[in-house]
Design a protein around this ligand. Structure first.
Ligand code: AMP
Length: 414
């Protein structure tokens, strides 16, 4: 028997109900702030990620689902959505004159990752991107949107960590400082860190190997090497967060996995998630639009993992709310014809009712209604047809009543 591919999973029942609830909440909150949805293809040319996420990042280096297609194009299944959104925004000239442009997406991403709890090879992300504005105020707006979304989901025990990774101008001075620090204790760092210190020294700071984290004790701080404008930017963002009552901590080792961040980088952790505590991450990426061939455009955004959000919702709230449908079971040809007439009216009025179409006998119909978890079975046989009523059986209570046909619609769940 065929099984789902390792690292992928089928979503149904309670899982899909949590996904739907989270997506509906996101759409409601985002649209209220002026964010518009964008849907980009899962397949992109590999260059989109090489030139954005960066060849030295783990994602491009080790985790891409890439292949040559039948036309000999080197394509990949997107490992994240920001680069695709930027590619699309440039292609369709959505970014002109640095007008503010707010976009969001919801969709699956693919990374060939080592398997762990809460980590999949196909996973979903919801992301918000704000283009055209370089100010800390645009970051504060985006973070306020994020926290409104999380609050509407009823999430608690969240911690916002922020850092500034500076700009291309001030980074060389920090790179020099971290290299000097690294060289003095290089034997304590892992092989990956030896590669990172050459290719992208910032990434040494967020190595997950405990020995490397210990060796970093007393490392030089990026915030001590910021240029004046980046420092003022960082201070202003902190003041805005405080004014908005969004608590945060500063994490000088937070650099994020992707190459394209400038100035603000942040993560939100959840203590309810255990080891996989990072719920989301994001930051400013002022250089990315230009890097992908577009006009110079400042940008800020974040992506949250839908799979982890769903795990958290389950842990905090139990099963997703569900309104079990009613099932209409007609018995015999005449009742079936009448049943079609009735469900057409009920559906048009927004009622939730499932029609049994197997020409089933009562026993078979009731058995599947119970297995489906229906709360209500509506039985229409010749006797009911003659009287103009329906037999309504409450499947939880086991009680049965007769309802006049014209009253059924108002008693059905919507
Ligand atoms: P990233 O794009 O790596 O910054 O990830 C942003 C968020 O996406 C993370 O905080 C997770 O919630 C989620 N995420 C990333 N990779 C995975 C994965 N392999 N499985 C499930 N969720 C993931």
């Amino acid at each position: 028997m065929a099984q789902s591919v390792k690292g992928t999973r089928d979503l149904f029942g309670n899982d899909v109900r949590w996904f739907q609830h989270i997506e509906e909440t996101a759409r409601r909150v985002f649209q209220r702030h002026g964010y518009e949805e964008i849907r980009t293809p899962i397949l992109e040319e590999i260059e989109v990620f090489k030139r954005s996420v960066g060849e030295s990042s783990d994602i491009v280096h080790k985790e891409m689902y890439d292949f040559m297609d039948k036309g000999n194009r080197h394509v990949c299944m997107r490992p994240e959505n920001t680069a695709g959104v930027v590619r699309a925004a440039i292609q369709h000239k959505l970014l002109i004159n640095n007008d503010p442009r707010l976009l969001f997406y919801v969709g699956p991403q693919f990374r060939y990752e080592r398997m762990q709890a809460g980590r999949y090879r196909q996973f979903w992300q919801i992301g918000a991107e704000s283009f055209g504005v370089a100010s800390p105020e645009s970051e504060a707006e985006s973070l306020l949107l994020l926290f409104e979304f999380l609050r509407e989901l009823g999430l608690r025990h969240l911690q916002l960590s922020i850092n500034s990774v500076g700009t291309a101008e001030c980074r060389p001075a920090f790179h020099a400082a971290i290299r000097t620090f690294f060289e003095a204790r290089q034997e304590r760092f892992c092989a990956d860190c030896h590669r990172r210190i050459q290719e992208n020294p910032l990434r040494v700071l967020d190595c997950k190997v405990p020995g490397c984290q210990e060796a970093l004790e007393g490392h030089p701080l990026i915030v001590d090497h910021l240029d004046e404008a980046s420092r003022a930017h960082h201070e202003r963002l902190k003041a805005l967060l405080t004014a908005m009552d969004i608590p945060f901590v500063e994490n000088p080792r937070l650099v994020r996995g992707l190459d394209y961040y400038t100035r603000t980088a942040f993560e939100v952790l959840s203590s309810d998630l255990g080891a996989q505590s990072a719920l989301l991450g994001g930051g400013r990426y002022d250089g990315l639009v230009k890097q992908l061939g577009g006009p110079e455009t400042p940008a800020f955004g974040w992506a949250i993992g839908l799979d982890r959000l769903a795990i958290l919702m389950q842990a905090l709230h139990g099963d997703a709310p569900v309104e079990a449908p009613a099932v209409l079971i007609p018995l015999g040809d005449a009742a079936t014809l009448k049943a079609f007439e009735l469900v057409r009216q009920w559906w048009a009025q927004g009622c939730r009712v499932q029609l049994e179409t197997r020409n089933a006998n009562l026993k078979k119909g009731m058995t599947s209604a119970n297995r489906l978890g229906a709360k209500l079975a509506l039985i229409l046989g010749d006797g009911e047809l003659e009287k103009g009523v329906i037999a309504a059986k409450d499947l939880a209570a086991g009680t049965q009543e007769e309802w006049p046909l014209e009253e059924v619609a108002e008693r059905l769940p919507r």
